[in-house]
Design a protein around this ligand. Structure first.
Ligand code: 5AD
Ligand code: SF4
Length: 438
């Protein structure tokens, strides 16, 4: 029998929902008497909280497991968590003898007891998808960062033909209204100034006839909570009520992450996206009518099976039509078990590389234009990091840009600034007090 692990390390990859889960697991292990290993400190339990969305991310999980062997041949107890664990289960254990525990995203509340089982040499696996059990069992938070994640919805019923999420995270499920509001109060009491509502399809969140807009309006009533954001949304679930909230709720930040994936209707159909290029652009127009300064960000896939040069150009066109402030773009990655994996006309890697480069060039132009248009604006930032230069702090603008400013303000403070410089991936600013004195 192995001794009880004293120090743990949790490494989260992929989306923000994994970051949230990683934080909750850390609290759980803390409550079970373990402490988080500091930088450079050795851990005797390592949790790899993995991502399965693209092949590269999934393969990384196994190479990371291999690297945990120490110089003297010993190794920590290893738990494979997250979406690779969910998708591969027993196969993962067969593939790497070093994996002691396989725990899927809905079973984290069982982690401490699984660690105890693993100490006896058993190799416990739990990849059940019991719905909301983990949330009820997770401990109460004691200390929160200024911008805290709060998962309100998990899973996906959309079945885009390229995507593993409906299989790894299960069906769409929403946490109850009261549970979310309760957790939000806890986060604010623990120091959060901003809450980012998370879900694979966060705008599909509902509790009876209440939608995400109602949840946001209730959160906005919490004293001490300054900002609300949500991600990721599906175009088909962008309700009129949610769009209206962008114009009416001051604490709801002017930023919307709304993946489009492609600008070609033919490809969108093959992707089973349930929206067209045109209906997507019309949704953006309605959002902008409610909140004219909103920053739009998106996700794109290039090289989906059958994508022609003309299809790709339609994607460049929608980029120009929307004018994205920020974006994430990926080469299509074939995922086992998804319908797209067996479609004809898979695109050669060199064409994907070329299209990705061209798309990213175009997206970068729009990102720079958006940042430049912010120069001269007076706004408020939430300080979340210390800058590299002495006296420098970094905060987030309402549009999610990082803003560098010289100030005595501290992490967690809201600071009024004038935006003065646009750098490639951030902005420079001065405190409004200083700008007005100059
Ligand atoms: N290949 C490439 N990108 C993918 N995404 C999801 N599945 C795949 C895949 N098989 C991208 C989509 C999604 C984001 C989270 O990851 O753009 O919005
Ligand atoms: Fe995947 Fe599509 Fe669901 Fe997003 S909406 S998680 S891309 S299946």
């Amino acid at each position: 029998m192995l001794p009880t692990p004293q120090r743990f390390r949790i490494k989260s990859f992929g989306c923000q929902m994994n970051v949230y889960d990683g934080e909750r697991m850390a609290e759980l292990l803390g409550d079970a008497g373990m402490t988080a290993a500091g930088d450079g400190e050795d851990a005797d339990l390592v949790v790899l909280n993995t991502c399965h969305i693209r092949e590269k991310a999934a393969e990384k999980a196994y190479s990371d497991v291999g690297r945990l062997r120490r110089g003297d041949g010993s190794r920590p107890l290893i738990a494979l968590a997250g979406c690779v664990a969910q998708a591969e289960g027993r196969v993962a254990m067969a593939r790497s003898k070093m994996i002691d525990i396989v725990v899927g995203p809905q079973a984290y509340h069982r982690l401490p007891e699984m660690v105890a089982e693993a100490r006896t040499g058993a190799r416990p696996i739990d990849t059940d998808l019991p719905g909301l059990a983990k949330f009820g069992a997770l401990p109460k938070l004691r200390r929160a960062v200024p911008s805290a994640f709060l998962t309100v919805q998990e899973g996906c019923d959309k079945f885009c033909t390229y995507c593993v999420v409906p299989y790894t995270r299960g069906a769409e499920i929403s946490r109850p209204f009261a549970a979310v509001i309760g957790e939000a109060h806890g986060l604010v009491e623990a120091g959060a100034r901003e809450i980012v509502l998370l879900g694979q399809n966060v705008n599909a969140w509902n509790d009876g006839d209440r939608g995400l807009d109602a949840l946001i309006r209730e959160l906005a009533r919490i004293d001490g909570l300054e900002r609300i954001r949500y991600t990721t949304s599906h175009p088909a679930d962008m309700s009129g009520a949610l769009i209206a909230a962008h114009g009416e709720v001051a604490k709801l930040m002017p930023y919307l992450h709304l993946p489009v994936q492609s600008g070609s209707d033919r490809i969108l159909k093959r992707m089973n996206r349930s929206h067209s290029a045109d209906s997507y652009v019309r949704t953006i127009e309605r959002v902008r009518a409610a909140r004219s300064d909103i920053a739009i960000s998106g996700d794109f896939i290039v090289g989906f099976p059958g994508e022609t040069e003309a299809d790709f150009e339609a994607t460049l066109n929608i980029v120009d039509a929307v004018g994205y402030a920020a974006a994430y773009s990926f080469k299509y990655s074939s995922r086992p078990g998804t319908p797209a994996a067996t479609m004809e006309d898979q695109i050669p890697p060199e064409i994907m590389d070329d299209r990705l480069q061209r798309l990213q060039g175009r997206l970068a132009e729009h990102g720079r234009a958006f940042n430049h248009a912010c120069i001269g604006r007076d706004t408020r930032i939430l300080i979340d990091r210390v800058g590299r230069k002495p006296g420098q702090m970094i905060g987030k603008s309402p549009w999610l840009q990082s803003v560098f400013v010289e100030t005595a303000a501290r992490i967690g403070d809201m600071l009024d600034v004038r935006l003065t410089d646009a750098l490639p991936n951030s902005l420079g600013g001065v405190t409004l007090a200083r700008a007005q004195a100059a």
